[in-house]
Structure formats: structure tokens, C-alpha cells
Design a protein around this ligand. Structure first.
Ligand SMILES: [Fe+2]
Length: 156
């Protein structure tokens, strides 16, 4: 088994970096979904939601950077074009959403998609003894599960 300069199996590190690129693509769609609803939201709850969506996209933006830099740490190149993001993402794309419940449902659906990918990476990074990726996924999952709970509480 060949090890890379940070002591990880080179084959497994490359696979994890590929999985992280998949997560990155999906995260960028989620980020853009949040920008869209921040801009387009209408109605009596505008002021609350406009601010809440900004808080969420600021957090997503920081996570995007963490994912990309982890990919580089693992020795690969992060996707950085819209073309790659569109080609590799599965989370729903929200377009022209201005109604508050539809906006919050878009967040829940996007996060559900991200959580699925993150759990898969959590599993694989554990097997590869990649603590850096593993703890990142663990933190993301904990935070996003809490956001899903709050969004569902808002919807109910
Ligand atoms: Fe703004």
C-alpha cells in the first residue's frame, strides 16, 4: 500500500477527493439555491427569511471553501466551473422561488441530498483512517441535521 505525504493510502485518498468533488458540486447548487431565495423571497415574512437565507448561504460559502481545500490537501483539484457543478450535482435546482414555504422546502430537500453524500464520505473516510475528512463530515452532518430540524419545525 503506497502512502501519500500525509500518510494516507494514495488510492483511497484519491477516491475520497473524488467523492468530495461530488459533494462540492452539490454544495455549490445548494449555495446558489440560497442566493436565489434570499433575493426572490416575497411576503409578510420577507425580513426574517431574507436575513435567515443570508446566514445560511454565508455558512454554505465557508463550507464550500473547506471542502475545496480538503480536496487539495488530498492531492486533487477541486471543481471550480459552473459546467462541472451542473454536470455532477443531483440536489434540486430552485428557480424563481419566491413563496416562503417552497423556499424552506427547497432548503430541506437540498440538505437531505447533501447529508446522504456526507454520510457516505463519513463511512469511507473512517475506513481510510482519514480523520481530517471524517471530522469535517461529522461536523457538517451535525450542523445540517439541526438546520433540517429547525426548517421542519418552521414548516409544521
Ligand atoms: Fe443580500
Amino acid at each position: 500500500m503506497a502512502l501519500n505525504s500525509i500518510g494516507l493510502d494514495t488510492v483511497k485518498a484519491k477516491e475520497l477527493a473524488n467523492d468530495l468533488n461530488h459533494l462540492l458540486a452539490n454544495f455549490q447548487i445548494y449555495y446558489q439555491n440560497l442566493r436565489g431565495i434570499h433575493w426572490n423571497i416575497k411576503g409578510k415574512r420577507f425580513f426574517d427569511l431574507h436575513v435567515k437565507f443570508e446566514e445560511l448561504y454565508t455558512d454554505a460559502n465557508a463550507k464550500v471553501d473547506e471542502i475545496a481545500e480538503r480536496i487539495l490537501t488530498l492531492g486533487e483539484t477541486p471543481y471550480h466551473t459552473f459546467e462541472d457543478y451542473s454536470a455532477h450535482a443531483q440536489v434540486p435546482v430552485g428557480k424563481n422561488i419566491s413563496q416562503d414555504e417552497k423556499a424552506v422546502i427547497l432548503i430541506v430537500d437540498s440538505l437531505s441530498g447533501l447529508l446522504k453524500i456526507e454520510r457516505d464520505i463519513l463511512d469511507k473516510s473512517g475506513d481510510a483512517n482519514d480523520e481530517g475528512t471524517n471530522s469535517m463530515m461529522s461536523d457538517f452532518i451535525t450542523e445540517q441535521e439541526k438546520t433540517v430540524w429547525m426548517m421542519k419545525a418552521w414548516l409544521s
